[in-house]
Design a protein around this ligand. Structure first.
Ligand code: PGA
Length: 261
């Protein structure tokens, strides 16, 4: 399958870090230090819900997009504490991370509930960043491909995004998230290549050659360049290292092949 040139997409997943004041400072720093890079790659910041409105205003004059870390599948209703796709869209979000392994592990999200969310995000006009990845146990048992295959097929069941740009996949091996243990570029690229064949089977070859697949799990300035230079790795979903503007900038630079990264 062709490795059509795909624009890098690098997103910062802030998780439940920073308060509103610190968050606004971090957004301002990222805008400043990535100003010359944001035209060469798609950059996305995904702060906590409480930060979205302020961040949207701050980002409105930059090329950086805003994303959320989760949403509820229903368009509205009596779901105390939840947030809908339309609320995110009208808060300035373009992207939403769905099915992150922390949501699957701590909040009992399943491929079925993730699928409901993906459908509702697409229907509202948000671009889902669908996360998939195997546990260490899965990997050691040789089940990596099977697990990510199921997560993608079930997570995307009955969906047909209008274009490949309206969907992003993130391969995040659970054993690499927040552990400092990163998948090797070869390991990651192999799984990304497999995911592309699954997408080709579900949609078509053209869609599969255009869809962007991020790698996530302990991405740092030191490993970002080698990962993103692989043919099937089209960006990164960055947790811890996105909480520091200069390391986020260094990851973007490395991804773009600057600084010898
Ligand atoms: P990490 O997190 O970069 O801190 O490993 C990645 C993620 O969970 O998206």
């Amino acid at each position: 399958m062709s490795t059509a040139s795909r624009r890098l997409i690098i997103a910062g997943n802030w998780k439940m870090h920073t308060d509103v004041v610190d968050g606004a400072s971090l957004v301002a720093e990222v805008v400043e230090c990535t100003a010359s890079l944001a035209l060469a790659a798609d950059l996305v910041l995904c702060p906590p819900f409480t930060h979205l409105a302020v961040a949207a205003t701050q980002l409105s004059r930059s090329s950086i997009s805003l994303g959320a870390q989760n949403m509820h599948q229903a368009p509205e209703g009596a779901y105390t504490g939840e947030v809908s796709a339309r609320m995110l869209l009208t808060s300035g979000c373009r992207y939403v991370i769905l099915g992150h392994s922390e949501r699957r592990t701590y909040f009992d999200e399943t491929n079925h509930s993730v699928n409901e969310k993906v459908k509702s995000a697409i229907a509202a006009g948000l671009t889902p960043i669908l996360c998939v990845g195997e546990t260490l146990q899965d990997r050691e048992a040789g089940r990596t491909e099977q697990v990510v295959d199921e997560q993608v097929r079930q997570g995307l069941s009955d969906t047909k995004p209008e274009s490949a740009e309206d969907l992003v996949l993130a391969y995040e091996p659970v054993w690499a998230i927040g552990t400092g243990r990163v998948a090797t570029p070869d390991q990651a690229d192999r799984v990304h290549g497999h995911l592309r064949t699954v997408i080709a089977d579900m949609y078509d070859d053209d869609f599969a050659s255009r869809i962007r697949i991020q790698y996530g799990g302990s991405v740092k300035p030191e490993n970002a360049g080698a990962l993103m230079s692989r043919p099937h790795i089209d960006g990164a979903l960055v947790g811890g290292a996105s909480l520091d503007a200069s390391s986020f900038e260094a990851i973007v630079r490395a991804g773009l092949g600057f600084d010898g990264g």
